[in-house]
Design a protein around this ligand. Structure first.
Ligand code: UD1
Length: 367
C-alpha cells in the first residue's frame, strides 16, 4: 500500500483545537492499516506557551515535525515569511495534500505556497463568510477558498456560499465542526482555573469576556467606553477577562477599567472552557467561542456587526449585538430577566467530524 503524506498546518491559537481531532483520526486509521501519514507544520505565528504550547500539551497534539518560526509582524510580513519558509519545506519534500484549517494568516499563506507548487489544498471550515472585508480573517477565507480543492464545511450556509461561488458538489464535504469534536472529547476533563476561589466565582454567578478584534481593542477611547458599558450592565458580578496579547497593549492605556472586570492571562483550553461552561453568559468578539457556547448552551453576546457563523444565532445561543456599547444594556436586561433563548446544536456538530474528514480524504486520495 502506498503511504500518502498530508501536511497539516497550524499557526495560531484557534487552529490547535481544529487539528487535534484530525491528527487523532489519522493515527487511529493508521493503526488499522490506513494509508495516510502526516507532517505537522507549525508556522510559529503564535509562539507563547500561553497561546500555543499549553494547547499542544492539553490536547495531546504531538510536537510539530517542523516549526517555521515566523513570529510576530504585520499581516504582510507574516504572510510573506510563512510562504517563503513553507515553500522551502515543500521543495524538500512534497506531500500529497496540504490541509489548512480556519481563517488565520497561516491558513492563507500555506494554501498559496502549496497550490503554487501544484500541491492540492484541503480547507477545513471552508465556505464561511462574514461579508466584512475589514476583518483580516475574511480576506484569508476568501483567498484560501479561491484556491482550495477539497472543501470541508461546518454548515449549510457554508455549502450554499461555496455553491454560489461556483464550487461543484463533488468538492464540498459537509462534515461538521472539528472544534466541537475537541470540545466534546474534553468535556469531562475541563479544569477549574487556579483563581476560581480567589475571585469568589460561583457557577452561574459570573461572566466571561474576551475581546481581541482590532475594531474593538485598537483604539483606547472606544475600548474604554466598551469596558465601562460591560461593567455597568453586568451589575457587579465578576467578569473574568482573559486578556489576549493584542488587547493587553491597549488596556494599559485605559485608566478606569471597572473593578468587577477581573483581568487574567490567556487561559489554557481546559480552564477556559471550564469558565465558559459555568458562566452566566459570555461576552465576546471571537467567532469560535460562539460555536462552543452554542454547544454548551451558554448565552453568548457577540460584539460585532456581522458573523461568519450565522447558525450560532439562528440555531444556537448567540446574539449579535454590534459594536455600539449602548446595545449591551438591553441585552443584559433580557439575560437577567431569564429571557435568553435556549438554543439547539447545529447538524453534524456531533464529535465525529474528524473521522468523516479522514474517511473522505482516503476516498479521494487513494486512486
Ligand atoms: C490571530 C488571528 C485571529 C485569531 C487570533 C486568536 C489572523 C489574521 N488573526 O489574531 O483570527 O482569532 O489569532 O488569538 O491570523 N502575540 C504574542 N504572543 C503570541 C502571538 C502573538 O504576544 O504567541 C502578539 C503579537 O506580537 C501581536 C499580537 O499578539 O502583537 C497579535 O498576534 P497576531 O498573531 O498577529 O494576531 P492575533 O490578533 O492574535
Amino acid at each position: 500500500m502506498t503511504e500518502l503524506l498530508v501536511d497539516i498546518i497550524a499557526g495560531a491559537r484557534p487552529n490547535f483545537m481544529k487539528i487535534a481531532p484530525i491528527i487523532r483520526a489519522i493515527q487511529a486509521r493508521r493503526a488499522q492499516g490506513g494509508p495516510l501519514r502526516f507532517r505537522l507544520v507549525h508556522t510559529g505565528q503564535h509562539y507563547d506557551e500561553r497561546m500555543s504550547g499549553d494547547f499542544f500539551r492539553q490536547l495531546g497534539i504531538p510536537a510539530p515535525d517542523v516549526n517555521l518560526e515566523v513570529g510576530s509582524g504585520t499581516a504582510a510580513e507574516q504572510t510573506a515569511g510563512i510562504m517563503v519558509r513553507y515553500e522551502k519545506l515543500l521543495m524538500e519534500r512534497k506531500p500529497a495534500l496540504c490541509l489548512v484549517v480556519g481563517d488565520v494568516t497561516s491558513t492563507m499563506a500555506c494554501a498559496i505556497a502549496a497550490q503554487k507548487l501544484w500541491v492540492p489544498v484541503a480547507h477545513v471550515e471552508a465556505g464561511i463568510r462574514s461579508g466584512d472585508w475589514t476583518m483580516p480573517e475574511e480576506i484569508n477565507r476568501m483567498v484560501t477558498d479561491s484556491i482550495t480543492n477539497l472543501f470541508f464545511t461546518t454548515s449549510d450556509v457554508a455549502n450554499a456560499n461555496l455553491k454560489r461561488a461556483g464550487v461543484g458538489d463533488d468538492r464540498i464535504f459537509f462534515v461538521g465542526n472539528t472544534m466541537i469534536d475537541t470540545l466534546l472529547a474534553n468535556m469531562d476533563r475541563l479544569a477549574k482555573p487556579p483563581f476560581w476561589d480567589e475571585l469568589g466565582l460561583q457557577p452561574g454567578g459570573y461572566f466571561v469576556l474576551t475581546l481581541h478584534r482590532p475594531a474593538n481593542v485598537d483604539s483606547s477611547g472606544s475600548f474604554a467606553r466598551l469596558l465601562r458599558a460591560i461593567g455597568e450592565g453586568t451589575r457587579g458580578l465578576p467578569v473574568v477577562f482573559p486578556v489576549h496579547p493584542r488587547t493587553a497593549k491597549t488596556i494599559r492605556e485605559v485608566a478606569d477599567v471597572p473593578a468587577s472586570l477581573k483581568l487574567v492571562e490567556p487561559q489554557p483550553y481546559l480552564e477556559f472552557n471550564y469558565l465558559v461552561k459555568h458562566a452566566k453568559a459570555v461576552i465576546t468578539d471571537s467567532g469560535g467561542i460562539t460555536e462552543e457556547t452554542t454547544v454548551m448552551g451558554v448565552p453568548c453576546m457577540t460584539l460585532r456587526d456581522s458573523t461568519e457563523r450565522p447558525e450560532t444565532v439562528s440555531i444556537g445561543t448567540n446574539d449579535l449585538l454590534g459594536t455600539d456599547p449602548a446595545a449591551l444594556a438591553p441585552a443584559l436586561e433580557r439575560l437577567f430577566a431569564g429571557k435568553w433563548k435556549k438554543g439547539a446544536i447545529p447538524p453534524l456538530w456531533d464529535g465525529k467530524t474528524a473521522e468523516r474528514i479522514v474517511a473522505a480524504l482516503e476516498r479521494v486520495l487513494v486512486k
